[in-house]
Design a protein around this ligand. Structure first.
Ligand code: ZN
Length: 244
């Protein structure tokens, strides 16, 4: 049975002398992978379409067992602005790494698909700061996968926090109140500005655009670094290349 889907190429790796495996983030089916036979030959039918961060129409032949076969890939959208700005390009690779490593095969999240594409369209454009734009993508990813950080009340006990001394703990899953802070030793102190910034970005829309203050940007970045590293069980590989 063959199936035509639209997906973002989030990982590519060599399978043999001549073949590669492509991993795609699709709107309808979530993460899918397929073996592209002959993709490494000079005159392959995939030409230059199989490239990281291209959005492609792909045709997969579903196999009852083993890898699905990728028989066609046609580029529908490239993101040329990424290639003009190194921080945007690394940001794009970081986005692909998170999708590849944190989502499950055949577990679709259409809002996360749409957000990933929109983030790639935005990155590298004039006036778009990479880290704040990525922060919105990351908060959508966390929410869609069921790990959206608690930002309104204590993640551990649920009590109201108000403007009391704030802290953020990835292990607790958000902000933690003063009594709970002793339980979560990896917590970091959180300023009221950092807390407000996270809440604004979570709202979607243009919340990330107001993130101008360097100290607040660093705080937001650290919270997201903690959460992504906690979920992955390691630091994301692209993390050292991201600024704040
Ligand atoms: Zn608490």
């Amino acid at each position: 049975m063959s199936e035509k889907v639209f997906g973002l190429t989030i990982r590519l790796y060599d399978f043999s002398e001549t073949s590669r495996i492509g991993v795609f983030w699709t709107r309808e089916h979530g993460k899918m992978r397929g073996l592209a036979r002959g993709a490494k030959r000079l005159k392959s039918s995939f030409e230059s379409s199989l490239d990281l961060l291209n959005a492609c129409s792909i045709v997969l032949i579903r196999k009852a067992s083993g890898l699905d076969l990728l028989t066609e890939a046609q580029v529908r959208e490239r993101f040329p602005a990424l290639r003009l700005d190194l921080s945007a390009l690394y940001g794009g690779y970081y986005l692909a790494e998170l999708l590849a490593d944190l989502t499950q095969d055949h577990d679709p999240h259409p809002p996360l698909f749409d957000e990933a594409l929109q983030a790639l369209r935005d990155l590298g454009q004039p006036g778009v700061a990479t880290a704040p734009r990525l922060a919105q993508f990351e908060l959508v990813l966390l929410r869609e996968l069921g790990y959206g950080p608690a930002l309104d009340s204590c993640a551990a006990c649920g009590s109201d926090i108000g403007d009391d001394v704030l802290a953020y703990s990835a292990a607790a899953g958000g902000i933690v109140c003063r009594p709970c802070q002793n339980t979560f030793r990896e917590r970091r102190p959180l300023s009221v500005e950092g807390w407000r910034a996270m809440r604004n970005i979570r709202l979607g829309g243009d919340g990330w655009k107001g993130l101008d203050d360097p100290a607040t940007r660093r705080e937001v970045r650290q919270m997201l670094d903690d959460s992504m590293s906690y979920l992955l069980g390691r630091r994301p590989k692209l993390l050292p290349y991201l600024g704040s």
